[in-house]
Design a protein around this ligand. Structure first.
Ligand code: URA
Length: 244
């Protein structure tokens, strides 16, 4: 972290406007590491220094970060595993701020994961009422007949006794014993694509997520790569979460 003027730190913590913060400093109400600081040019490090207003510690507001991650297969999305399998933490710890995945992908599934520390955005995008579309490409065993594709999109497949919401299923290629399809789901139930495909008699062999909430996996991002989201991409996600 770097040194910043006290009035900026107070303003960023949401305690006052910059001008109000200057008045607070001049009035001797701000302390840095136990010393009153009445200089408008004074700087401090909001992460390292103890900054107080009227004796109350100021918490620096965390900087929000948003990233696109190409999760490789062979990693857990959760950050700790009792069985000691590799987790996505090895990739996340290279970032300058602490962020978390929005939702999960299974251990053997690769593709798009959004990472952020924006808790409100994450909470909304994971909530079923926002019906965030998730695009998957799957290789399945068996023949993808028109009837099976219709059933996948029907909203009539039961998962743990509850029907899966209608999905969009599109055939990509179909061979004599396996095929590829794309599925768009608006729910995120546990192992949903695998369970839906198994329910129609075509179990998944390979699964990748290519889209999330209107964003597509950047084709330049190799498995294991992370890049910051662009401004427009953040806006797309916020619009999806009705946070504009
Ligand atoms: N559906 C699955 O079966 N697994 C995933 O990781 C995501 C969706």
């Amino acid at each position: 972290m770097s040194l910043e003027r006290l009035q900026k730190i107070l303003a960023q913590a949401g305690l006052a406007s910059r001008r109000q913060a200057e008045a607070l400093i001049l009035a001797g109400r701000v302390q840095v590491n136990g010393q009153v600081s009445q200089s408008l040019g004074a700087r401090a490090d909001p992460e390292l220094d103890r900054i107080e207003l009227d004796g109350q510690l100021i918490q620096a507001r965390e900087k929000l970060g948003y990233y696109m991650f190409h999760k490789p297969a062979g990693y857990l999305t959760s950050l700790a595993d009792p069985q000691n399998r590799p987790t996505v933490k090895v990739f996340l710890k290279k970032l300058p701020i602490r962020v978390y995945p929005i939702g999960r992908l299974d251990y053997d599934v690769s593709g798009l994961l959004i990472l952020t520390n924006d808790g409100e955005l994450a909470r909304r995008l994971m909530h079923p009422s926002f019906e965030v579309p998730k695009l998957y490409r799957a290789q399945v065993r068996g023949v993808l007949t028109p009837e099976r594709l219709k059933r996948l999109s029907s909203g009539q497949i039961l998962i743990e006794g509850k029907p899966a919401a209608p999905a969009r299923a599109r055939l990509l290629t179909s061979g004599p014993d396996r095929g590829w399809l794309e599925l768009v789901l608006t729910e995120g139930r546990h192992r949903q694509v695998k369970r839906m495909c198994a329910a129609v008699g075509t179990p998944v062999e390979v699964l990748k997520r290519l889209g999330y909430g209107g964003l597509r996996l950047d084709p330049n991002l190799q498995p294991g790569d992370i890049r910051p989201l662009k401004g427009q991409e953040i806006l797309t996600l916020k619009a999806q979460a009705q946070l504009t």
